[in-house]
Design a protein around this ligand. Structure first.
Ligand code: ZN
Length: 294
């Protein structure tokens, strides 16, 4: 995929974070974003305790100025690859803005950080991977760690895979705005292949697929020139973060009853459903359907 040189970028959608403080919020499903649970397994800690509300201001290395302020157009990505994060976020939010009734979409900032970050969902270590915090409606990501993480998980990585990670986190934001996320949180933290928690993760994958479809059909957009290889990388990344893959490589066995995000097959299926239909309503159906994989 390519970045449209003339596209205007809005770096204000990435913020140094603001706020912090101890919140009573619980990150998604007790459980967080795309990869947090997974890394918890790999590095042998309990993500529940990582996002426990410990004040961690001392470890935060974030300054208060916007490190992306110079990212003004797509052409700036050539000079500074870091600007691609602005392009991802702008593209994703631009799409969803258009999907909601006018004024109904609430923008969600992405907060890049390194080290520790205090969030409304508690303190987070960048090693936990990207996540969405429903309580403050922000996406948190260690941009430097994201690609490394994909490789660690055996994914091909690349721009499209990175963009998928962010699109997945924004998918959680969409579920938050539609109310599905709140309903799942209210239902508690059951796990398992057809649990509400897994459905919510698959819904986020589906929303990511819907966005990617729109990108592939809009040559004038911020991101253009989507290729089959890009789509393959997205599907590949979705599979790499499947619960069964992770369990197999970390524990040597697969225990579906403990799944929180769904199997590789399920995740691929729902990214694919989103991409092939390009219809957000498809993603709503994941909450109730019996067919969770192809
Ligand atoms: Zn997720």
């Amino acid at each position: 995929m390519e970045f449209n040189q003339n596209a205007q970028l809005d770096p204000s959608q990435l913020t140094p974070g603001g706020g912090g403080g101890r919140g009573g919020g619980v990150a998604l499903g007790g459980g967080l974003g795309l990869i947090v649970m997974i890394l918890g397994l790999i590095f042998g800690f309990n993500p529940g305790s990582v996002l426990s509300g410990v004040s961690a201001d001392t470890g935060t290395t974030q300054s208060n100025s916007n490190a992306y302020a110079h990212c003004q157009t797509g052409a700036d990505i050539k000079n500074d690859r870091e600007c691609r994060w602005v392009a991802y976020v702008n593209s994703i939010q631009g799409f969803w803005q258009g999907q909601f009734q006018q004024g109904a979409y609430q923008p969600a900032a992405t907060v890049p950080f390194t080290g520790w970050k205090d969030t409304a969902c508690g303190a987070a270590d960048s090693q936990v991977g990207p996540f969405y915090c429903p309580a403050d409606k922000k996406v948190y990501i260690d941009t430097a760690f994201a690609d490394q993480l994909l490789q660690q998980l055996g994914a091909q990585g690349g721009d499209a895979a990175e963009a998928y990670i962010l699109a997945h986190e924004y998918g959680h934001h969409i579920s938050n705005l539609t109310g599905d996320l709140g309903r799942v949180q209210a239902a508690g933290n059951q796990t398992g292949p057809s649990s509400p928690q897994v459905r919510l993760e698959l819904q986020a994958d589906c929303y990511a697929g819907v966005w990617f479809k729109a990108v592939s059909q809009d040559p004038q957009g911020i991101i253009s020139g989507v290729t089959q290889d890009d789509l393959n990388r997205v599907i590949d990344a979705a599979a790499a973060v499947g619960d069964d893959r992770i369990q197999e490589s970390t524990a040597g066995q697969v225990t579906p009853e403990s799944w929180t995000h769904g199997s590789a097959k399920m995740r691929q299926y729902w990214v694919g459903q989103g991409f092939s239909t390009g219809d957000p309503n498809t993603c709503q159906s994941v909450m109730t359907t019996d067919q969770l994989e192809g």
